[in-house]
Design a protein around this ligand. Structure first.
Ligand SMILES: [Zn+2]
Length: 294
């Protein structure tokens, strides 16, 4: 238990003293290329939770999905989108968890922000308070300003510069409500936090709804490129891996007597996964359980 507090405190200290100069850099990979467009995935470093932003480069414009947690990574994302030399016409927020919307306010002050109605309302309600709390907690690596969505994305099919996008709503997964975007031409499924690739899943309660959301993606078998909310672009094997991880979570929750034991079990089973600190955060603040040993 002491060790958890220690490592969490150390993490906070690291965050406080960090500046954008000495932070580890994010990476960018090209996830797909067709004759009409490319998809790039920007991923913050493993120790900074491997949060993704996806950039879809159409002939004359860019569409971005998700805005990072920490401001320096949103700034790095901005440097990358600037390098493509095309305007961002839509900036999507997939769900209302701060690691996907808190970062980009300063770096992208003028983009048009799109989200599902529920996500827009969630950020309008909680966003500012969350921003202030995280500023107090983490200091200068949290953005100064919050951008809230101004456009409601409805479910359905849209064609943008000749490319078909399918916008869908998924309920009760890692978040209560989340937007998924399918791009059939690239066989790409932007799943965001329904899928974590090689990163510890953020557990906040029962796993039933999350399993169902993963199985829904599994049924959509024509999509072979899976773009996660955490970790690099991957293939369909990640779905089975995440389902197995949720099995490990349920077993560890049932059998562990303390938070430390639970965390140790998952770390032993997944030693090279990113975002081990995510476990400290959800065990201390989100996941409600009456542990036998406090
Ligand atoms: Zn997330």
């Amino acid at each position: 238990m002491k060790k958890i507090i220690l490592s969490f405190t150390l993490l906070l200290v690291l965050f406080r003293v960090s500046t954008s100069q000495n932070l580890p850099k994010a990476s960018v990979v090209q996830a797909a290329q067709t004759k009409n467009f490319k998809i790039y995935t920007f991923v913050s470093p493993n120790e900074m939770f491997a949060v993704t932003s996806h950039v879809i480069e159409l002939p004359s414009q860019l569409i971005v999905v998700d805005g990072q947690f920490f401001a320096p990574y949103a700034q790095q994302l901005k440097s990358f989108t600037d390098s493509l030399n095309k305007p961002i016409t839509r900036f999507y927020i997939s769900h209302d968890h701060p690691d996907h919307y808190l970062g980009f306010g300063d770096a992208f002050p003028h983009v048009e922000v799109y989200a599902l109605k529920e996500t827009k309302e969630g950020i309008e309600k909680e966003g500012q308070e969350t921003l202030v709390k995280r500023q107090q907690q983490f200091g200068a690596i949290i953005a100064q300003s919050l951008r809230t969505p101004s456009h409601i994305q409805k479910e359905g099919r849209e064609t943008i510069e000749g490319v078909t996008f399918l916008f869908e709503k998924s309920l009760d997964n890692e978040a209560q409500v989340s937007l998924t975007i399918k791009i059939p031409e690239a066989k790409a499924y932007i799943a965001q936090d329904i899928v974590y690739n090689h990163t510890h899943l953020f557990i906040h309660g029962h796993t039933t709804g999350w399993r169902k959301a993963l199985k829904d993606i599994q049924k959509d078998s024509q999509y072979t490129l899976i773009l996660p909310g955490h970790g690099k672009p991957t293939d369909r094997s990640v779905i089975q891996e995440d389902l197995k991880y949720l099995d490990a979570v349920d077993k560890a929750l049932a059998e562990s007597k303390s938070k430390q034991e639970y965390k140790s079990r998952l770390q032993a089973a997944y030693p090279d996964y990113a975002g081990a600190q995510l476990m400290d955060i959800y065990l201390n603040y989100y996941l409600k359980k009456d542990w036998a040993v406090k």
